[in-house]
Design a protein around this ligand. Structure first.
Ligand SMILES: [Zn+2]
Length: 571
């Protein structure tokens, strides 16, 4: 986004003084003044204000209504009456897979309720058929779904290739796993991607086999899924801008003004740049190139080009993924799961898909380039590995301010959080797991660990500044639901998963505003309603600090504003 430079603050101050002395018209009129409702600045130094003045896409002034209107209301100023609604800084999304938003519009939602209609196997098959018939998809064409979660299938009756083959004998069908680390393939899809009884399961991969045979059953995950993922269809050049806008509207409708693309492959970096160049970016997008593609990406994007926006797109740093997902039993732990592994393994602790020496070399490469690092670590053993990799790569400057962010930190141990403090790490939690996978984690990891998952209260108590994410499209984009889970930690069955780790609504909001801005080194321009920052704003129908905590998830986004312009308005 291009923004006209704001006038010097000294001018602002002198106008304010002049207005206080009864000057007839402001020398510096605002474009907009927002007032008439609650305003949550997320600025501890000035939490309670009545009005916000915006000029040239930036926040010109905040304060009492009489003072702001007196000093900044000119003939051309639009006064926006909030009419009792609540104004906040626009939300920043600390970890999602933005690129998937481009294709989600052309896929079938099979999330389990309440996120989708996929309550059991017949419901998922019915949704796929509905989609095929409505779109008149011809035979042979690939049909994709997202949000499949075997752990929420009633009675443990999971989806397999046979369930899909009956109705889809001639279309490859893939029901993407909610972890984004795999999918259930029907026979046509298994054939298309060359997975047969003779296919060996690669190290760090999962190919679920039919009972008593070597025939694939349908679910393919982790390293076995990566080659399939890499060859999925992409939008044509004509579709890129249109699909990008549609994807960004999903974010804007959730009040998000800065999105993350959390593990970007080489061709997708080019796609994001083409789309942004074509005017697609309604919001800011921050991409973290995936480590295995880094060398290829650096050819066109030298390290010096990272950290700067161009057409609303910035390369934020580098993403390294260590382990899988705890709900899929592929996260890497020091103690075994209470259930067998995904391939039936006993005493299963998960595993690292890559040797530790490789991880150490990756860390060193990224740190030597001076780029910020986002590391996916779920299980405590994976987090041990990343701490050792940091110690290897950052030797001599372990506590340098690098904004190294540990994505998920889902099952971080208490003593590891102390090390986070020492190394200035930022935990980006995923408290929605308490709702979506609360029961699964209780069953697979036990109560003590489940209660301490995404330990936001403890992290804040230690002085850390955690962020909180949806990992879209692991779960839908819904920032109020993120806040609700951090505040309540209520599971699907109504159990509070870790009451001691609940945080206040304001702390939960900070995790998706000012703390997220800090994670991206954008705390000077985003994350709070403060003079000089971008006018990235969101209007909610109710105040999350005032409603009963269990109602936070029902709060609606009314309007989303990016650099002073409305980009989304609820109908
Ligand atoms: Zn992710």
């Amino acid at each position: 986004m291009t923004i006209k430079p704001i006038l010097a603050l000294a001018v602002v101050a002198s106008v304010a003084l002049a207005a206080g002395c009864g000057a007839p018209a402001p020398k510096l009129p605002a474009d907009m003044i927002y007032t008439g409702g609650d305003i949550i600045t997320v600025n501890d130094a000035q939490p309670a204000v009545e009005a916000v003045a915006v000029k040239d896409g930036k926040i010109l002034a905040v304060g009492a209504r009489s003072q702001i209107e007196g000093a900044y209301k000119g003939p051309a100023t639009t006064v926006v009456d909030l009419a009792g609604k609540t104004l906040l800084p626009g939300f920043l999304h600390p970890h999602s897979h933005y690129i998937n938003s481009l294709t989600v519009a052309n896929q079938v939602n099979v999330f389990a309720p309440p996120a989708g209609p996929g309550k059991d196997v017949p419901a998922i098959v019915a949704e796929l058929k509905k989609f095929r018939d409505a779109r008149k998809i011809p035979e042979g064409e690939l049909i994709m779904a997202y949000g499949y979660d075997e752990t929420s299938m009633p009675g443990g009756r999971t989806l397999g290739r046979d369930d899909l083959d009956k109705d889809f004998p001639n279309n490859p069908v893939m029901a993407g796993h909610t972890s984004l680390h795999g999918a259930v393939l029907n026979s046509a899809a298994l054939k298309k991607y060359g997975i047969t009884a003779a296919t060996k399961t690669p190290p760090g991969g999962v190919i679920v086999r039919k009972k008593g045979s070597n025939e694939p059953d349908g679910l393919v995950m982790e390293t076995a899924w990566l080659p399939i993922f890499g060859s999925l269809p992409k939008p044509t050049p004509e579709q890129e801008v249109e699909w990008s806008k549609a994807g960004q509207l999903l974010y804007a409708a959730a009040g998000i003004t800065t999105a993350q693309e959390g593990a970007t492959h080489g061709p997708d970096v080019a796609l994001l740049q083409r789309a942004a160049g074509g005017g697609a970016n309604l919001i800011d997008v921050i991409a973290f190139p995936f480590i295995v593609d880094l060398d290829a990406i650096l050819k066109d994007n030298p390290p010096s080009s990272f950290g700067q926006y161009k057409n609303g797109l910035k390369l934020g740093g580098v993403k390294i993924t260590l382990d899988g997902s705890p709900q899929g039993s592929t996260a890497f732990f020091t103690a075994p799961y209470l259930v067998d592994g995904p391939n039936g393994q006993k005493n299963w602790r998960g595993e690292l898909p890559f040797p530790e020496d490789t991880v150490k070399a990756w860390f060193k490469r990224v740190y030597d380039l001076g780029l910020p690092l986002n590391v996916h670590g779920n299980g405590d053993a994976a987090i041990d590995v990343l701490l050792r990799a940091h110690e290897y790569a950052a030797a001599g400057s372990l506590d340098k301010d690098r904004r190294t962010t540990i994505i998920h930190s889902q099952f971080v141990r208490l003593n590891q959080l102390d090390t986070y403090v020492t190394y200035k790490f930022i935990p980006s939690f995923f408290t929605e797991h308490t709702f979506y996978f609360g029961e699964t984690h209780m069953r697979q990891r036990g109560k003590e660990q489940a209660y301490f998952m995404s330990p936001m209260r403890t992290a804040i108590g230690k002085g850390l500044h955690p962020t909180n994410h949806t990992d879209f499209n692991v779960s839908p984009i819904d920032q109020l639901f993120v806040v609700w889970t951090a505040v309540n930690r209520v599971s699907r069955t109504g159990e509070v998963i870790g009451p001691d780790e609940r945080v206040t609504p304001l702390e939960a909001l900070k995790a998706i505003t000012i703390n997220a801005a800090y994670q991206y080194s954008e705390e000077k321009t985003k994350g709070s309603i403060e003079v000089g920052k971008l006018a990235d704003l969101v209007i909610l129908d109710r105040n999350p600090l005032k409603v009963p905590p269990m109602e936070i998830k029902d709060i609606k986004v009314v309007e989303t504003i990016k650099v002073g312009k409305t980009i989304y308005k609820a109908k």
